[in-house]
Design a protein around this ligand. Structure first.
Ligand SMILES: Cc1ncc(COP(=O)(O)O)c(C=O)c1O
Length: 407
């Protein structure tokens, strides 16, 4: 059976098919970049209009209380918590992923006096590695990178923190959160997981794994919009003593006491720094509510089915591409990445056909499968487009255009 016919059968049996209608997907677009910027939930514009026109416009400053702006960050954090296997009081939506990394790396170093090493892997997402550099420049940290097969042996007695991204941004390869958390703890280190490419697409169980800290993006699978606030997780057992370095007034136990002296809030609110971005949080809440309503188990099942079917469709077209993601669905996130010397030009040729994926330097074509709004028909069509682009040499024209633009 041709992929399109199988796709129609899968779509008819897909329990999540109706959720596509809850998102804005432009006509003629197959959106395979929801792992970078999630699609717009249709409910978001009205929710934002209400916050702007009614809560801000009419309520003015009163809305901090009457519209509960005050506890939005912890309220949304509590809604993210079940998606990552955390308790409601262990997660807060605040700042960017980068800033949350900084706060939690510094907090971990403080909890392990005498140890300075932050262990990660080469090729981790750049901001994760750069956030160590800032602390290194201040003499507070030493960066150590070890290939993923070598991480366990690199966990020496000098390691304060093991910091990794669960689903690798470029390849989608997964780390075993439970096993690595255990290994780090046995070596006396703490663990910080970046869940940016997991949350909203894959099940994660931080509490069951005994994880210490985690962060993640709000604008990818959570569909919070460009630059949406991120989230941070701190295991309950660490919260009371946590020393995070950005001791702003919103993390204070009593911000409106206007005291000269800092006293951190007793719980997860301590992770906050300045005034929360209410408009960004309002958009994030819509996305989180929608993803939580669909449920992570169903999202994960569909994510795996989509990527498997995409691979099957590519095979039906005999497409000669090198897969750099793990071939087994259980070992990867909700994406497939392919290596090709002209990956950039191929990506551009696909975009010209309305198939929006992305390119990651130097040679990776990355296709993300956001399970909340993609169909199996999208998979069959995208695979056909990719096959046609490669067979027709369209990408060579794109490569020529690039050279022409540069010279
Ligand atoms: C693994 C990972 N961490 C962090 C980020 C981004 O962090 P920020 O929201 O601070 O830009 C990304 C962005 O793609 C990412 O893939």
């Amino acid at each position: 059976m041709i992929p399109e016919a199988r796709a129609a059968e899968f779509d008819a049996a897909d329990p999540l098919a109706a959720y596509r209608e809850r998102f804005t997907i432009p006509a003629g677009v197959i959106y395979l970049d929801g792992n970078s910027l999630g699609a717009l939930p249709k409910a978001t514009p009205a929710a934002l209009a209400r916050v702007v026109e009614s809560e801000w416009g009419e309520g003015l400053i009163r809305s901090w209380n009457s519209a509960r702006w005050f506890d939005m960050a912890s309220r949304i954090g509590a809604k993210i918590a079940p998606l990552i296997g955390a308790r409601p009081n262990e997660v807060i939506a605040c700042d960017s992923t980068s800033v949350n990394l900084f706060k939690l790396i510094a907090a971990a170093l403080h909890m392990r006096p005498g140890r300075k090493v932050v262990l990660s892997e080469p090729g981790n997402f750049p901001t994760d590695l750069y956030m160590i550099a800032g602390l290194e420049a201040q003499g507070l940290a030493t960066r150590r990178l070890a290939e993923r097969e070598r991480l366990a042996e690199a966990l020496g007695g000098d390691v304060a923190l093991l910091m990794l991204t669960h689903a690798h941004y470029k390849t989608g390869a997964l780390h075993d959160i439970a096993a690595l958390t255990r290994a780090a703890h046995e070596a006396g280190a703490l663990v910080l997981w970046d869940l940016s490419h997991s949350t909203g697409a894959l099940p994660v169980d931080l509490d069951a794994a005994g994880a210490d800290f985690a962060v993640g993006c709000g604008y990818k699978y959570l569909c919070g919009g460009p630059g949406a606030p991120a989230f941070a997780f701190v295991a309950e057992r660490h919260q009371a003593a946590l020393q995070q370095p950005l001791t702003g007034w919103f993390g204070h136990a009593a911000p409106f006491a206007f005291s000269d002296d800092y006293a951190g809030a007793p719980g997860i609110e301590r992770l906050q720094c300045g005034t929360p971005p209410v408009l960004g949080l309002a958009a994030l809440e819509v996305g989180v509510d929608l993803i939580a309503a669909i449920g992570i188990a169903r999202l994960y099942a569909k994510s795996q089915a989509l990527s498997e079917f995409f691979l099957e469709s590519l095979m039906a077209h005999d497409v000669p591409l090198e897969l750099v993601s793990p071939p087994r669905a259980a070992e990867r996130g909700s994406q497939l990445s392919f290596r090709h010397a002209h990956a950039y030009a191929i990506c551009q040729a696909l975009i010209a056909r309305g198939v929006i994926g992305d390119f990651r330097a130097p040679d990776v074509l990355r296709l993300g499968f956001a399970p909340a709004y993609l169909s199996f028909t999208d998979m069959a069509a995208a695979a056909r487009h990719l096959a046609e682009v490669l067979a027709s040499g369209e990408w060579q024209r794109e490569a020529f255009n690039q050279r022409a633009a540069v010279t």
